[in-house]
Ligand binder design. Structure first.
Ligand code: ADP
Ligand code: MG
Length: 626
């Protein structure tokens, strides 16, 4: 092919990329040098892939030698070149990789970036790291030759919506990224500046990075070093490399060395923030899998359960064949065993963190509890151990500052207490107001306050914890610890109270399945509970909000004979002329109970009734005045 004469082909970027490029080109982000981290990271990936090919394909045996990344600056022309002898790209790969957006989370990230709701330094997380080059460069030229191609290709763009591709003469395999630097970053052509940036952002890239003919990074992999010899600073930098995050140390890390029955080394890092909470969708990265130092798979999802998908890290094993394929990873016994060890190590680490460093654990919990809860609901594996990491507000500290674990709850439970009690609601203040709590307060039985909608699903899925049933306190049959409460019908309430129950039943009709005497109330006149075997009230509400069919659940209205109002009604009930008034009170108390739990649907009826009652009260008062 005569390469020199051919006209370049023109391409237009997808609209989102054009927007991204515009944003990057005008970015005033202070740490624009992270763009170099992204380019070096891509070069390193390309070397990893080449090494893998050379070890698995006879035809490319020699290619594994001298794999390296070179950075070279040209102060006069203001060019900076990032060069690698990795796998390179064909024409089609250039179009595909540097012109489209492959990952699902990327678009959302770009949108948030546009609204300034996302952090530019995370760009590498979302499969668009390459474009960060336009933060530094006026135009970018990529010259590449794939290991499978005799022809070299050049990609070129000034970041304004189009790119062009043309064939070029290129002798050696690999890729060259040429940044024609903006004037204000022209110092990046100086070796000392380049070296400084490499040492800051890319120090632990496991391939030599050469500046001015010298290797400036630390090629020795830290995971094969003895644990005690790796310092926090090294972990922080390695984590930043894996997670594409600048300036952040991991919240905690794990360095694992196992020699039998399977040999492997692993590093796991927990970030300080949960990206999923930014509404960027599910975290899509995984763990890097290496066989004898060679990367065999980026972002392997089979090494950890979904509940731990927020962790970054790598696993390097001597017992894995290089040609382990993506398809067979899941069934691979070595992988399964490594996964078992990793899961246990993470769970142990978190349990210990909770004990030794409650503050860090709380920071972890604040960020990642939603993912753990999802794990309890959707994964069977390790359900109880994950549940034991969760923390909830409880009646022990009604302000909700101190959270409790299920385990601590059980250790504080009374000796004859067979259940762990909880109450769900939209927020702490409405939960605290529930009359259903009265008996628990009186008897000193702790109740968990659940405010996260998923909490009740967690409880329902668990069913039991450490031998105790998990029970919503709005269930009809409470079976509380302590002596049965004896409520002998007294002279004053006796017959009158039975009559009140009857009148309430007829007033409420099929709004409730039963009206009965309450054994749980001390002050409030009444409360609503769920007939046996039903979903908790909060759970019904969640299902309703999710537009799911909720089977109608029978409600039971409990009346407290000792409450002043009910005792008064009992007296009034002796006179049949008061029946209409008691009827009105029944409906109003029922509405009140619904209002307290947040399930009142017809406030108009209730307002009309309140008005009626006020008129009657006013009439009573005026009859006294006159
Ligand atoms: P990511 O690295 O997350 O895939 P990037 O935007 O950084 O996203 O890079 C896009 C793609 O371009 C890479 O996945 C890779 O296929 C290709 N690429 C970029 N740089 C190189 C390089 N130096 N050598 C080979 N391929 C590269
Ligand atoms: Mg990249």
């Amino acid at each position: 092919m005569s390469t020199a004469t051919r006209e370049p082909e023109q391409f237009t970027f997808r609209a989102e990329i054009t927007q991204l490029l515009h944003l990057l080109a005008h970015s005033l982000y202070q740490s624009r040098e992270i763009a170099l981290r992204e380019l070096i990271s891509n070069a390193s990936d390309a070397l990893d892939k080449m090494r893998y090919v050379s070890l698995t394909d006879e035809a490319h045996r020699e290619a594994a030698e001298n794999l390296a990344i070179t950075l070279e600056g040209f102060p006069d022309s203001r060019d900076l070149i990032v060069r690698d002898n990795g796998i390179g790209m064909t024409r089609d790969e250039l179009v595909e990789n540097l012109g489209t957006i492959a990952r699902s989370g990327s678009l959302e990230f770009l949108r948030k970036l546009g609204e300034a709701k996302a952090d530019i330094s995370l760009i590498g997380q979302f499969g668009v790291g390459f474009y960060s080059a336009f933060m530094l460069a006026e135009h970018v030229t990529v010259r590449s030759r794939s290991y499978r191609d005799d022809q070299g290709w050049e990609w070129r763009s000034d970041g304004s919506g189009q790119f062009e591709i043309r064939p070029i003469a290129k002798d050696d395999r690999g890729t060259e990224i040429i940044l024609h630097l903006k004037n204000d970053v022209r110092d990046l052509t100086r070796d000392d500046r380049i070296t400084q940036i490499v040492r800051t952002y890319s120090r632990f890239i496991p391939h030599p990075i050469k500046v001015g003919g010298e290797v400036v990074n630390d090629v020795r992999p830290i995971w094969v070093e003895p644990k005690g010899q790796v310092i926090d600073e090294q972990h922080a930098q390695f984590y930043q490399h894996l997670a594409h995050r600048g300036d952040e140390s991991p919240l905690w890390h794990l360095h694992i060395a196992v020699d039998s029955p399977i040999q492997f080394r692993a590093l796991l890092y927990c970030p300080r923030s949960n990206l999923e909470r930014l509404g960027l969708g599910r975290t899509e990265h995984g763990i890097n899998l290496l066989a004898r130092r060679v990367l065999v798979q980026n972002d392997c999802r089979d090494l950890l359960p979904d509940s731990f998908r927020f962790l970054y890290g790598l696993v390097d094993s001597e017992d894995l064949p290089l040609n382990v394929s993506r398809e067979t990873l899941q069934d691979n016994t070595v992988i399964r065993r490594i996964r078992g060890v990793l899961v246990k190590a993470v769970l142990d680490r978190l349990a210990k963190l909770a004990e030794d460093d409650p503050e860090t654990f709380r920071a972890f919990h604040d960020q990642f509890a939603p993912i753990l809860k999802e794990g309890v609901v959707s994964e069977f594996e390790h359900r109880d151990r994950i549940a034991s990491l969760l923390r909830f507000a409880s009646s022990r500290d009604e302000q909700g500052k101190e959270l409790t674990s299920l385990g601590d709850y059980v250790s504080r439970a009374q000796s004859d207490q067979t259940s762990i009690y909880y109450l769900g609601g939209p927020d702490l203040s409405s939960i605290r107001k529930s009359p259903n709590l009265e008996i628990f307060r009186r008897r000193g039985v702790e109740v968990l306050f659940l405010t996260d909608p998923i909490d009740e699903f967690v409880m329902a899925t668990l069913g039991r914890f450490e031998g105790k049933d998990l029970k919503s306190i709005d269930a009809a049959d409470l079976n509380l610890p302590g002596p049965e409460i004896e409520t002998p019908p007294t002279e004053s309430t006796g017959s009158g109270f039975s009559r009140v129950l009857e009148l309430f039943r007829s007033a409420l009709g099929d709004r409730v399945v039963e009206v009965r005497e309450s054994k749980r109330l001390t002050d409030s006149p009444c409360c609503l509970v769920n007939a046996s075997g039903g979903l908790s009230t909060q759970m019904q509400r969640i299902l309703q909000q999710a537009n799911r069919d909720v089977p109608p659940i029978g409600r039971v209205l409990e009346l407290n004979p000792k409450a002043v109002l009910i005792a008064r009604l009992a007296e009034l009930s002796n006179n049949p002329s008061n029946e209409a008034f008691i009827h009105l009170c029944a409906l109003q108390l029922w509405s009140n109970a619904l209002a307290i739990e947040g399930t009142l649907v017809d406030p108009e009826d209730m307002v009309a009734r309140v008005q009626d009652l006020m008129e009657q009260a006013a009439a009573g008062k005026s009859s006294i005045i006159h």
